[in-house]
Design a protein around this ligand. Structure first.
Ligand SMILES: [Zn+2]
Ligand SMILES: [Zn+2]
Length: 160
């Protein structure tokens, strides 16, 4: 048996293979795994077909073909997700795909956005190396010690 290129540990035909061959991707995760498998396997047609129409103009087959040369998949890990359920029309998936490119390990961390069209999930766009959501900052009084840790009063430091 051939293990899936997305490193799910499943057999290729039972995982991304089905989707690459036209089966429905039930969730954004399934679609993204299949896109990673398509990238590694060089299935440009699948990558293009599963893009939202407005993103197709940016699809550069040659750039992708050049960047996937000598690439091997090492893993796929979901960090966070929102939407993407049965009743949802949109979904967001934060994932890390690990590759080995020309012998060097490489991690692609992305927060990707998906939309359902005619029942099929499409990749809309993504933010690479997303920043963590901004942390809640407590309000600092003018005479309180500055939150930057300088030890000075806020008004004499960053609040000046
Ligand atoms: Zn797979
Ligand atoms: Zn300060």
């Amino acid at each position: 048996m051939t293990l899936c290129l997305c490193h799910s540990g499943l057999e290729f035909d039972a995982c991304c293979g089905r989707i690459l061959n036209g089966a429905h991707a039930a969730t954004p995760e399934a679609l993204m795994r299949a896109r990673v498998s398509a990238f590694i396997g060089g299935d440009m047609e699948f990558l293009e077909r599963t893009l939202a129409p407005e993103s197709k103009a940016d699809f550069d087959r040659h750039a992708i073909e050049a960047s996937m040369k000598g690439v091997e998949g090492l893993g796929f890990e979901v960090r966070d997700q929102e939407g993407g359920g049965e009743a949802d029309q949109e979904g967001r998936l934060e994932y890390v795909a690990r590759f080995k490119a020309n012998g060097k390990p490489l991690a692609h961390h992305e927060r990707a956005f998906f939309r359902r069209e005619n029942g099929n999930w499409l990749y809309v766009d993504g933010e690479v190396n997303p920043k963590a959501a901004p942390r809640h900052v407590e309000k600092v009084g003018r005479n309180d010690p500055c939150s930057c840790g300088s030890g000075k009063k806020y008004k004499k430091c960053c609040g000046a």
